[in-house]
Structure formats: C-alpha cells, structure tokens
Design a binder for this molecule. Structure first.
Ligand SMILES: Cc1ncc(COP(=O)(O)OP(=O)(O)O)c(N)n1
Ligand SMILES: Cc1ncsc1CCOP(=O)(O)O
Length: 395
C-alpha cells in the first residue's frame, strides 16, 4: 500500500523553516491520507542553495535573481518560482507557467502540502494558489483504508461512498482558483450537454458507431487517426446520419472542420489542439466542445474555453493511448468531480471497464468514456448491456 504519510518531508524547505513546515504539515493533514506518496521529494529553497539540484525549487518572493544565477538553476534542472503581488510564475528548463489573482499568505506551505500528495509542480501550484484557510470542504476525509493508487480490480473498496468524500483541505470553490495567464479572453460558451452523458464509447469507425447505437448507446465518439480525407468525409457523414437517426450525441475527435461541415453534435479536442482549432467557428456552428485534461492546471485552462464537457484521464493505466501523465486514480477524480460539479459535466476516461465502473461513477462523474471495454469485448452486446445497466439504462 502506498499511503502517503500525512506529513510534509522535514527537509521540504531550505534553509529549514520550522513555522512554514508546521503550516505545511497542518495543510497536508487536512488533505487526508488517500493520496499517492510523492514520486520525488522537492526542496523549496528560500535562499539560493550552494549547488542547485533537479529536485530544488528556488522560490523568489518579491525578489529578482541575476540572469546568470537563473540560468545556472535551470541548467541544473531546478525550477524557479517568482511570486510578485497577485502574480506567480513557474519556470523550468522547458516550460513557463503564470497565474494571477489573490492568494493566501500560506500558499507556499500549501504548495509543499500538495506536492506531498504527488501532484506535479504546476498542478500543486495551481491548487496552492486556490487554497484558502477558511474555504474548505466539509465532508469527511476519504476512507483511510483505501489505497488511492490501487486499481479497484485488485482492491475493491467496500464502500464506494468513500471514494466520493472530499478532503476538508481541498479547495472546492472555483472562485478562489487563480487565472492562468497567456490564454485568450473567454469566448462565447459552447452549447451545454447533459451532466450525465452516460456510457460514452470512443470508437474508430462509423460501422462501430452503428453497432453501438443499435445497442442503445446515446453518447459516442468517432476517433480515428486516419489522414485519408475522402475516407474521413465518408465515415463522418455516415456516423452523423446514424447518430441523427437515433437522436444520439456524436462527438468527432480532432476533425473539427469536418464535424462542422457534417453537422455533428460536437467535437472533442486535446489541449494541444487548442492552439490550432478555430473554436469560434465550432461555437458559431452550434457544436458542443469536449476538452481533454490531465490535472488541475489543464482543467483551469479548459474552463477558460467554456466547453460543454471536460474529460479527465487516464483514470487507470491504459494501452490505448500513450499518456503524458501517470494515471489519476479515483481519489483525484472524486476531488475533480467535486470541484467541477455544477459548472461543467466531467467525463472519466482511461482503463475503465465493467470491473471498475461502479467505483468510477461513485466519484460523482456523470459519464465514463471507454475504448477497449467495447472494442475488445468478446461479446459486444453483453459488454454494452452490462455497462449500460450501471447508468440505469436497461434493454
Ligand atoms: C472523452 C475523451 N477524452 C479524452 C480523449 C483524448 O483526446 P486527445 O487528448 O485529443 O487525444 P486523442 O484522442 O486525439 O489521441 C478523447 N478522445 N475522448
Ligand atoms: C483516448 C484516451 N484519452 C485518455 S485515456 C484514452 C484511452 C482510453 O482507452 P481505454 O478505455 O481502452 O483505456
């Protein structure tokens, strides 16, 4: 079992800072014990270390550093956080992130606490800037016997309600989350779609779509990596025809222009597609937009575009797609579901099949997207019927 100790590493701050460590420990304890143990222990350096290491994060508060010094830290693999009034920037050798907005005086303690729960540094910083001493969830801390990283195939929690509980220290109010800099001004909101999108198969051809519509599926995605334009046009047109005939919600992955031309219900895009897709054209055509995310930072990015739903994953390990981040697990998923509840529907994806569907739905998500659970099912009808039954859909 990989339970995180409810404490921050005693060497998390350099030079040692007892009060800061105590505040970080308090915040960490308020997050409960169900998080993965941190993959690496970061050291937050309030003064320059003699020799920076890749696990160092140099923290400059209302201060600047000589460019040569910065270069040396980044070359050593260290990260730099610069905190100015109402603005924080994180710089690594390859990335720059910037947030603006108010923050708590204890944001640095909160940062150490979220890093101790194994959030990536930019995700932990997003959460730390949102953290407030008095704006906490009221629910019980999640079940201390549940293993956050465990696939419930191996460790089925007796009570799925445990997976839904939100730790008291988790920042639940989107209004306290910082603004991410460098994004376009919010455009018009995309048309809404139901909170509970239900079972959401993601499949490679129109023929698959037809087969699944026949089995009663009503939210579905055409996802193909083909670059053959004529084939794509024909498949998308056929899929749209089939979905319309059943009044089903058909999302087209990536091919937003073709989806507009064919009159699909919606488009699904990844974070990198946000740089190139014409979101105004998608919205103007009345299509819904689903966006992929892999953590709290990307969730905030996605929210800026006012999508119809946000997808989060991979929840569990998957062989269908190479993922940029480690599986999120159920505990994070439940916290994301709590945060987005009432704002935008959340779709879980990655490694989901019949054996985990109950646990996934217990986190509060309204939909589960699946690839292999249908495309590799030995008996498609049985697999779809069994999955659908968990969404209250029966034959
Ligand atoms: C419902 C849903 N969630 C996530 C994805 C993944 O989309 P993306 O990040 O764009 O990656 P590719 O699917 O293009 O490989 C999805 N397609 N659907
Ligand atoms: C496309 C995608 N995006 C995030 S996980 C994933 C693959 C999900 O596939 P499976 O359901 O087979 O694990």
């Amino acid at each position: 079992m990989l339970h995180t100790p409810e404490r921050v590493d005693s060497e998390a701050f350099w030079p040692p800072a007892d009060e800061l460590l105590e505040a970080a420990d308090d915040i960490r304890a308020s997050l409960g014990s169900n998080w993965p143990a941190p993959a690496r222990k970061l050291r937050f350096c309030l003064s320059a270390p003699t020799r920076p290491s890749p696990t160092d994060v140099r923290v400059l508060i209302d201060a600047s550093a000589h460019p040569d010094e910065r270069r040396a830290w980044l070359e050593a693999g260290a990260a730099i956080i610069e905190a100015a009034p109402a603005r924080v920037e994180l710089r690594t050798a390859s990335e720059v992130y910037a947030w603006s907005g108010e923050r708590s005086d204890d944001w640095l303690a909160a940062l150490a606490a979220f890093c101790a729960c194994d959030f990536a540094l930019h995700d932990a910083l997003t959460l730390a800037l949102a953290w407030r001493p008095d704006a906490h969830a009221t629910g019980p801390i999640t079940d201390p016997t549940a293993d956050p990283t465990a696939d419930p195939r191996a460790n089925q929690p007796a009570d799925h309600a445990a997976a839904r509980a939100i730790a008291p220290g988790w920042p639940v109010d989107l209004a306290t989350y910082p603004a991410i800099e460098g994004l376009p001004a919010p455009g018009r909101p995309f048309p809404t779609c139901p909170d509970a999108l239900g079972l959401y198969p993601v499949v490679p051809t129109a023929e698959w779509i037809e087969r699944l519509l026949e089995r009663g599926v009503r939210t579905i995605q055409l996802r193909t990596k083909s670059t053959d334009g004529r084939w794509l046009d024909a498949e998308i047109a056929r899929a749209v025809r089939a979905a319309r005939a059943c009044d089903a919600r058909l999302f087209i992955n990536d091919h937003w222009q073709r989806a507009i031309d064919a009159g699909a219900y919606g488009v699904h895009l990844g974070q990198e597609d946000l740089q190139t897709a014409d979101l105004d054209a998608i919205a103007a055509a009345g299509l819904r937009l689903g966006l992929s995310t892999h953590g709290p930072y990307e969730m905030l990015v996605a929210l800026r575009f006012r999508p119809s739903y946000i997808a989060m994953g991979a929840v569990f390990p998957t062989t269908t797609k190479q993922m940029p981040t480690a599986p999120q697990g159920l505990v994070r998923l439940a916290h994301y579901a709590g945060l987005l509840s009432g704002h935008v529907p959340l779709v879980a994806i990655g490694g989901i099949d019949l054996s985990v569907i109950d646990a996934v739905l217990a986190t509060g998500v309204g939909s589960a997207a699946v690839v292999r659970a249908v495309t590799e099912a030995p008996d498609l009808t049985a697999a779809v019927d069994a999955l659908q039954a968990h969404f209250g859909v029966s034959d």
